[in-house]
Design a protein around this ligand. Structure first.
Ligand code: CTP
Ligand code: CA
Length: 227
């Protein structure tokens, strides 16, 4: 069915969404990464596009298909992800759903690390990766997206940690979700989240990641309309 204008509430808006894990090389055949499936981030990109936004999805390696109607950029490392986000500016909306590796190898080996029979295992020296969410949230006012949204996946003290993250990153909203034992958020179809801003906290009922994404896209449209 043809979309009515009411369905296209984000027409004319530009959005950047990060999704999936990053992959940080240790040598040409090994890497440091994490369990992110990209399901939540990809669903958010699709939901924003459904409301008419021009969406650039910057994703690490995932097994998901590129969402229809979304300009999808494939990257591996955190540094590549940040560069692709910068290239997608300007934007009205940024949603950082990627599980960015906090660290990368200080100096990836140029050749495959070899297992010498009696040698001690290699020591990995790590350095910090750039923080993409904090970078986007900290851009000068003329380049900063009007609404910058981050995620906080926590195993304990969920709301406390999420509030601290909101302040530390300088973003506008945090979507907080419980992960770890007793949850199957990583890779699973459902999510239980809380929307946190500087003033309020709102708990959403457990729902499919696609449903959470649509709800978030509607909330983003509400917010931009009432600013
Ligand atoms: N994030 C990011 N770039 C990073 C690390 C995190 O953009 N290098 C974003 C994530 O996409 C997410 C938010 O920051 O939206 C929170 O990520 P998280 O890993 O929970 O926070 P950290 O600050 O890395 O803290 P920690 O891992 O110690 O909980
Ligand atoms: Ca982290």
């Amino acid at each position: 069915a043809a979309l009515t204008p009411a369905d296209q509430r984000l027409r004319g808006r530009r959005a950047i969404v990060t999704s999936g894990p990053t992959r940080e090389p240790l040598d040409p055949v090994r890497f440091l990464s994490n369990q992110s499936s990209g399901r939540q981030g990809h669903a958010i990109a699709a939901a924003l596009a459904e409301l008419g936004a021009a969406v650039t999805l910057v994703t690490g390696p995932v097994t998901l298909a590129d969402p229809p109607g979304v300009d999808t950029r494939h990257v591996e490392t955190a540094e590549e992800m940040l560069a692709a986000c910068r290239a997608a500016l300007p934007a009205d909306i940024a949603v950082c759903a990627a599980a960015v590796s906090d660290w990368r190898a200080a100096a990836p080996a140029p050749g495959k690390l070899k297992k010498d029979a009696d040698a001690t295992p290699p020591r990995l020296e790590l350095v910090a990766n750039p923080d993409i969410l904090a970078t986007l949230a900290g851009l000068p006012a003329d380049r900063r997206p009007a609404l910058v949204v981050g995620f906080a996946a926590e195993t304990d003290h969920l709301l406390e940690h999420a509030r601290a993250k909101l302040a530390r990153k300088g973003c506008d909203w945090i979507i907080a979700n419980q992960v770890g034992p007793g949850t199957d958020t990583f890779g699973g179809p459902d999510n239980t989240v809380h929307l946190i801003d500087a003033a309020d906290m709102e708990s959403w009922p457990t729902a499919a990641k696609t449903e959470i994404a649509r709800r978030l896209a509607r909330r983003i449209a509400d917010h931009l309309e009432t600013r």
